[in-house]
Design a protein around this ligand. Structure first.
Ligand code: GDP
Ligand code: MG
Length: 709
């Protein structure tokens, strides 16, 4: 058997990948003696050399805190491999070299396999490997283990250096500690204390680090020397504590990192673009995430986003509306009167058209959001909101779920609920996934857009901002309520990373915007079309028997039974709608909802909205177009609502409130059940949210009506 070489490195640095690249199929798996840590061994032949390769467990350090660390350390001490191939992740150089340094302090024969060079390059990190090699005093071979790049060079290096015994590196641990270390080293050397296996200075260091295994070995070897070392270490600890307010272990780690930093700063590592950008990012962050300025900027950015969206989408939205109006007119001429005509015009064109009409608005909204996301600003929003979130028993990581669900506008609760998987604490996760449906998903947007366009024309962006703030406050308060009642428990600490700012690329923006817009369009063409037709059927059947004119007054009379007194004589379309299944349902609900200002047509739309929120708009479209006396006056839905009975800003806002809070759509409920692991939470979110929405709308409607009167 040839020389033994050990592969060592941090977890995930690519040890196993390199091991496979070196040994191929000539490997076998066993255990290290006495422990359940897996030991992989193999053979590697290169030219005339043959090596016995061992894959050591991945470790960050060589203290004796974990079994892996002990196994790796003991292997090096007992088996004395001819060379340690230390796999170092080039994209994370500083942290990885911490382990390298400890091998060097042990006096081991180390070479660095500088792996993940491709990743480092992608991150804009350039490494001067020659300089690193000369400053560290060991061979460095750049490689990409995954593709096998650098493998041959590594084998050559190992063949050239295996078996040599370099002088151990001597790091300065500061004046106080160095003095004690020297004294300890001298005594250890003269007493031959554990020196058959370890270097004297290394043993001394271990006593300062309070290494339980070495100390136990020392105690049974030479108790007197052991006691003296312990008392020296304690004296130093007291001294450090008194003078520097630190302890030996912390000091040792600091100095090791300082050693590495000083090497890296000497031109070993350079960031081609990252560094400058990071500095820029830091400066921008000082302002953007400032305690007081930050929130002001955030609100202004949102305001600008809404302004941008509504202003620029106005004209194209009109084109779309005109187009569907024209299409309806064509159908009007083409089809003979009857059910088919009603299906095409009221079911399909008005229903789907109502949803598709908002495509330009959705497109502009997504464009704005993609810009915020790609630039890195969205992460800053999450960072700032993190502070707020803790107060409400949520987690910084909840923010992303809220934003995905439409925290700014135009997301979807389904991926939002799934995004909560990143939350480690189950309670915070549950609280998050139950409250993300309050956000303004892409399906609620058309509802707001319609109502805002019809009743708040002058203040569109402001109203959108108010809607956003209401949904956030609602979500946070409900989260707080849940976290202090049904899902109590402590919070989890959290660190959030901020990527550097970037100028979004045009291509990136186009792709992100289009992906999201296309999803919306596709949904309108499939799910919404289907639901639209079903709802049309519910709104059309059973039909009034028009051959018996006596039916019409009866429909009016039944309406009076549920408390709705028609002010004018009933037109035939409205009478037919009342007679339908959906109409009856809507009217039955009206006995409650009229306190919130919703008429029975709105109720039909809201029930439809449970299937998918977009349907609220399309159903209102269908309901109000079915009720039309004269179909030739092709008004837009917004115009129709403005002129309709009982509609005004108060009703509109009450409906907005209800839409924010009521039951998540069917798909979202299914998702909540799956992610929470219990159907109970699905039922809870349907019932609780709807009751909450209804109460809020009623309180608002009653108060506002009272103030206005
Ligand atoms: P170990 O924990 O040190 O054994 O690491 P692995 O060998 O399991 O590798 C961790 C991950 O990094 C795997 O997904 C590898 O495919 C990947 N990997 C290993 N070497 C490289 C490399 O040079 N470049 C890139 N991009 N990925 C690598
Ligand atoms: Mg591995």
């Amino acid at each position: 058997m040839g020389m033994t070489i050990a592969l060592a490195g941090n977890p995930n640095s690519g040890k196993t990948t390199l091991f496979n690249a070196l040994t191929g199929a000539r490997q076998h798996v066993g255990n290290y003696p006495g422990v359940t840590v897996e030991k992989k061994e193999g053979r590697c032949v290169s030219g005339t050399h043959e090596f016995h390769v061992v894959d050591l467990p991945g470790t960050y350090s060589l203290s004796a805190y974990s079994l892996e660390e002990v196994v790796a350390r003991d292997f090096i001490v007992n088996e004395k491999p001819a060379m340690i191939v230390n796999i170092v992740d080039a994209s994370n150089l500083e942290r990885n070299l911490y382990l390298t340094l400890q091998f060097m302090e042990m006096g081991a024969n180390v070479c660095i396999a500088l792996n993940m060079m491709d990743v480092a390059k992608k991150r804009g990190i350039t490494i001067d490997t020659d300089k690193l090699a000369s400053l560290m005093g060991l061979p460095v071979v750049p490689m990409v283990a995954r593709t096998g790049k650098g493998r041959d060079q590594l084998l050559k290096t190992v063949a050239a250096h295996a078996g040599s015994r370099p002088a151990p590196v001597k790091i300065s641990y500061g004046r106080d500690m160095d003095e004690v270390l020297d004294e300890m080293e001298t005594r250890i050397r003269s007493d031959l204390f554990l020196t058959d296996r370890y270097l004297p200075r290394w043993v001394a260091l271990k006593y300062l680090e309070n290494d339980a295994r070495i100390m136990a070995a020392g105690k049974s070897h030479l108790p007197a020397t052991h006691d003296w070392l312990v008392s020296e270490a304690q004296k130093l600890t007291h001294h450090l504590d008194a003078t520097l307010d630190t302890h030996a272990e912390g000091m040792i780690a600091d100095q090791r990192y300082g050693f590495i930093a000083s090497i890296l700063k000497q031109g070993v590592i350079s960031h081609t673009w990252d560094q400058n950008r990071l500095a820029w990012s830091d400066r921008i962050d000082k302002i953007v995430t400032h305690r007081f300025l930050g929130p002001v900027i955030m609100v202004s950015v949102l305001m600008a986003l809404y302004q941008f969206t509504f202003t620029y989408s106005e004209v194209p939205v009109e084109w779309f509306e005109n187009f569907f109006g024209w299409l309806g007119g064509r159908a009007e001429l083409l089809f003979p009167d009857g059910l088919l005509k009603s299906l095409v015009i009221s079911g399909i064109i008005d229903g789907v058209g109502g949803v598709l009409g908002f495509v330009p608005l959705i497109l502009f909204m997504f464009l704005g959001i993609s810009f915020l996301e790609d630039s890195g600003y969205l992460a800053r929003m999450a960072f700032m909101l993190d502070r707020v979130f803790r107060i409400f028993g949520l987690h910084g990581a909840s923010v992303m779920a809220f934003i995905v669900s439409g925290g700014i506008a135009g997301g979807c609760a389904v991926p939002g609920v799934m995004a909560t998987r990143t939350l480690k604490s189950p309670r915070e996760r549950l609280a998050t996934l139950l409250t993300v449906p309050f956000m303004n998903c892409g399906a609620k947007l058309p509802v707001y857009a319609l109502l805002v366009a019809a009743f708040f024309t002058e203040h569109r962006a402001q109203v959108m901002l108010v809607i956003t703030m209401i949904s956030w406050s609602g979500a946070l308060l409900v989260a707080k309520l849940l976290r202090s009642t049904v899902i109590q428990g402590p919070a989890t600490p959290f660190v959030m990373e901020l990527p550097p700012y970037r100028l979004p690329t045009f291509k990136g923006l186009v792709i992100h915007t289009w992906e999201r817009t296309w999803q919306y369009i596709r949904k309108a063409g499939t799910v919404i079309l289907g639901i639209s037709i079903i709802l049309w059927a519910l709104m059309t059947f059973p039909q009034l028997d028009t051959s018996h004119p006596a039916d019409a007054p009866r429909a009016g009379a039944s309406a009076e039974n549920v408390g709705h007194a028609p002010a004018e004589p009933m037109d035939p379309g409205a009478a037919a709608l009342r007679h339908s299944i959906a109409g009856r349902m809507g009217m039955a609900l009206e006995s409650v909802t009229r306190y919130a200002g919703f008429d029975w047509q709105t109720n039909i739309a809201l029930v439809g909205g449970f299937a998918a929120k977009e349907v609220v708009v399309s159903t209102l479209g269908t309901a109000y177009s079915l009720g039309d006396v004269a179909p030739e006056d092709s008004m837009s839905l917004a115009q129709r609502l403005r002129t309709a009975d009982g509609w005004g800003p108060v009703t509109a806002f009450s409906l907005i409130l209800f839409t924010i809070f009521y039951s998540p759509c069917f798909v979202a409920v299914v998702c909540i059940v799956k992610e929470s692991g219990s159907w109970k939470w699905g039922v809870f979110s349907m019932v609780f949210n709807t009751l909450l929405a209804l109460s809020l709308s009623i309180v608002f409607y009653q108060t506002a009506s009272w103030i206005m009167s």
